[in-house]
Ligand binder design. Structure first.
Ligand SMILES: [Zn+2]
Length: 68
């Protein structure tokens, strides 16, 4: 099947039997990302994690133990 990358609009051909193709067929809303964009995002996420500024729970206040 033909798929279009949601980031760079590159059209790729993927095997109908792959897990990705099955997921896209069942849920057309599920967006496809080409390998290049996938790698780019992975690297960016890792860079953010390495800076230490990346938070998994933004806006969630830290739970502090209050002794009574
Ligand atoms: Zn792409």
């Amino acid at each position: 099947m033909r798929v279009q990358c949601s980031i760079c609009d590159k059209i790729e051909q993927i095997d109908d039997e792959t897990l990705m193709a099955k997921r896209l067929r069942n849920r057309p809303i599920h967006t496809y990302m080409c390998q290049v964009c996938h790698e780019r995002i992975k690297i960016r996420t890792e860079e953010r994690l390495n800076t230490g500024r990346f938070s998994f729970h933004p806006g969630q206040p830290k739970k502090e133990k209050v002794k009574k």
